[in-house]
Design a protein around this ligand. Sequence first.
Ligand code: ATP
Ligand code: MG
Length: 160
Amino acid sequence: EVVEFNRFFERIIDRFEMSKSQNVDFIRLLPEQSYFVEIDTDKLTQVIDNIISNAMKYSPDGGYIRFGFTVQDTFLKVMISDDGMGIPKENLTRIFDRFYRVDRARARSMGGTGLGLAIAKEMIQAHGGQIWAESEEGHGTTIFFTLPYQEMDDEVGDWD
Ligand code: ATP
Ligand code: MG
């Protein structure tokens, strides 16, 4: 399905923003221009839901979650960042492994199975993109993923 990524992303962010009970602020850094992607919307929703849920889980009171995307060649590069506890460098690639959780004791109290990012990686790769994390312990984490985007004419039909 071809969708306007800006709107698709905003709707997911809106849903989290409306239902959140934590004292966390959302900051959106989204381009004004429309970009279209051909995606399985259910699967991409699941991917983004998990990344945002993780960011919320680890966000401190008064923290910020930033949402953005930029264009790189023929890809959109999407980023979701938090001000949480971060992830040690040596674990940054392993968080995409099945059942991997950084700190067992801490993870157990947070709930979850450790599958979210493994599924996200599978789905992003199936869409021709990549996913990775950057983090600074004690300061926060940013998850990036890429998706190929479609060049569209200005006059498009109804893509809803
Ligand atoms: P599930 O998603 O299945 O409910 P989960 O959230 O523990 O469980 P993943 O989403 O795969 O599993 O994340 C794997 C691990 O990576 C987490 O347990 C956590 O240790 C670490 N992690 C993921 N995102 C963040 C983040 N934003 N800040 C700090 N640690 C994170
Ligand atoms: Mg998760």
